[in-house]
Design a protein around this ligand. Structure first.
Ligand SMILES: [Zn+2]
Length: 203
C-alpha cells in the first residue's frame, strides 16, 4: 500500500470520519506547505509523549503540569470525594468539567458497549471500575453519565447492574444523569445549561 492510501486508511479510523472525509484530509495535507506537515508530524509526536493516563480516573492529562501518575482532578483534595461521575470518554468529562457545576471525581470507562456485544469487559474498563469504587472510602454516590443513545443506555445498564452487585445493601446511591438530555444526544455536544439541569434532575 502506498503512503497516500495508508494515510487515508488511518484517517478513516478516526472517530466519526468516513472514507470520503479521510480522503479530503489527505488532500488538504497535500495542499499545505512542507513546514505545515513538519509541524503537524512533530505535534502528534509531542502530544503523545507529553500526556499520560491517570492511574485513578484514567483520563489523559498533560505530564508537564503534574509530573506523576495521578491527574490534577484526582489529586485535588478540595473536590467532593463522595461523588463519582462515570463517563464514556475524555471528551465527555471535558464537557461536564467546563459547565463548572460538578465538583466531584470522574471515572473514564473508555467507550461504550454496543447492544448485541457479549463481552463488555473488552470494550470498557468495567472490572477496573469495580475495583476502583470498592477502594473509595468516602464514596456516597455514583452518577452514570452516558450518552442518551442506545449504546450509551445499554452501557449504563451494564455498569449499574455490576455496581449494584457490589453495593447490595444500597449503601451507595447509583443515579443516572436526568431528563433534559434529549434522546440520541451525545454528552460531548450538550450545552452547559442542559448539563446543569440534568445534574439537578438526576435520579
Ligand atoms: Zn485522574
Amino acid at each position: 500500500m502506498d503512503s497516500l492510501r495508508r494515510l487515508e486508511e488511518i484517517f478513516g479510523h478516526f472517530p466519526g470520519i468516513g472514507p470520503r472525509q479521510a480522503r479530503r484530509f489527505v488532500y488538504y495535507i497535500l495542499s499545505k506547505s512542507p513546514s505545515f506537515t513538519r509541524e503537524l508530524a512533530q505535534l502528534i509526536e509531542d502530544v503523545k509523549r507529553s500526556t499520560s493516563e491517570c492511574d485513578s480516573c484514567h483520563r489523559l492529562f498533560m505530564l508537564k503540569d503534574i509530573p506523576n501518575k495521578i491527574c490534577s482532578i484526582c489529586s485535588d483534595t478540595s473536590r467532593d470525594q463522595s461523588t463519582l461521575m462515570i463517563v464514556a470518554r475524555d471528551s465527555d468529562y471535558e464537557t461536564v468539567e467546563k459547565s463548572s457545576v460538578y465538583k466531584g471525581l470522574y471515572f473514564i470507562l473508555g467507550g461504550t458497549v454496543p447492544i448485541l456485544d457479549q463481552e463488555p469487559d473488552k470494550r470498557i474498563r468495567l472490572q477496573i471500575l469495580l475495583e476502583h469504587v470498592s477502594k473509595m472510602n468516602a464514596l456516597k454516590e455514583i452518577i452514570l453519565s452516558l450518552n442518551a443513545t442506545p449504546d450509551g443506555e445499554h452501557t449504563a445498564d451494564i455498569a449499574k447492574e455490576a455496581l449494584l452487585n457490589i453495593f447490595k445493601n444500597g449503601e451507595i446511591k447509583i443515579t443516572l444523569l436526568g431528563r433534559g438530555i434529549s434522546t440520541g444526544a451525545e454528552l460531548e455536544y450538550v450545552d452547559v445549561d442542559t448539563i446543569k439541569n440534568a445534574l439537578k434532575n438526576r435520579g
